[in-house]
Design a protein around this ligand. Structure first.
Ligand SMILES: [Zn+2]
Length: 238
């Protein structure tokens, strides 16, 4: 499998590390395609969907190195995914070039209460000028994400796409999610839905569920059931 934006960022970040990054369970061998130990590899189940929208992941420091990072799953599915490590004092010139690319209509996905009201949008404007949406997602813990949002002046000129509470609760209900916090892949799925790409949104949700099942099964050394609901849900996208 060819490497994608997040796996490339991961390699770059590893190369810059002075000491090896040790995360829980990172001592065991992992599949380079899906980051799960080889006997639980889910690469053969990766959905294939056409996606129009682009995604730009800004990842906080070691986020790309975490084996459970879900930005990786977005890059698996959305061909036009870009990933950058975020630093307070420096901006990658490739990121600035991407934000200036006229083929995109970038927006920062973030809760509206943190932005000036005139920047906040809740729906995407219809694509009149042929530009494709570019969803800028801050891939970090909530505290880190707020810091990134405040300290990235190059993002200030873009609208802030704020997901509405009823959208979020409908999503949680549909996925029987009890947790208040959505992970980055879930936020991306909601964005794809807003962009009028429900098939891609469903595929991403299904991919996240399957990853979670394989990842947790590997962690607890449980036998995988290829007939489980998560495996069934991915089949239409293979
Ligand atoms: Zn794999």
């Amino acid at each position: 499998m060819s490497s994608h934006a997040v796996s490339r960022l991961r390699s770059e970040r590893l190369a810059r590390s002075l000491k090896p990054f040790v995360s829980r369970g990172s001592r065991s061998e992992r599949c380079p395609g899906c980051r799960v130990i080889p006997s639980y590899c889910l690469c053969a189940w990766r959905p294939r969907v056409e996606v129009q929208a682009g995604v730009c992941l800004l990842m906080y420091d070691v986020e790309a190195l975490k084996p459970s990072n879900t930005g990786w799953l977005i890059a698996d599915l959305v061909a036009d995914t870009h990933a950058f490590g975020w630093q307070r004092t420096e901006v990658d010139p490739r990121l600035l070039a991407l934000l200036d690319d006229p083929q995109y209509a970038p927006c920062v996905v973030f809760p509206g209460e943190y932005a000036e009201p005139e920047r906040v949008i809740e729906v995407l404007p219809p694509p009149t000028d042929g530009r494709r949406p570019l969803f800028i997602l801050l891939d970090a813990t909530w505290t880190e994400a707020r810091k990134m949002f405040r300290k990235s002046p190059y993002l200030n000129r873009f609208p802030v796409l704020s997901l509405r509470p009823e959208q979020l609760s409908r999503y949680r209900l549909r996925r029987s999610k009890r947790d208040e916090h959505l992970c980055t892949a879930e936020v991306a799925a909601l964005c794809l839905e807003l962009a009028g790409e429900p098939c891609a949104a469903q595929a991403l949700d299904a991919w996240l569920d399957l990853f979670t099942e394989h990842y947790l099964s590997a962690k607890h050394r449980r036998v995988l059931d290829e007939q489980s609901p998560a495996h069934q849900a991915i089949r239409p996208f293979l």
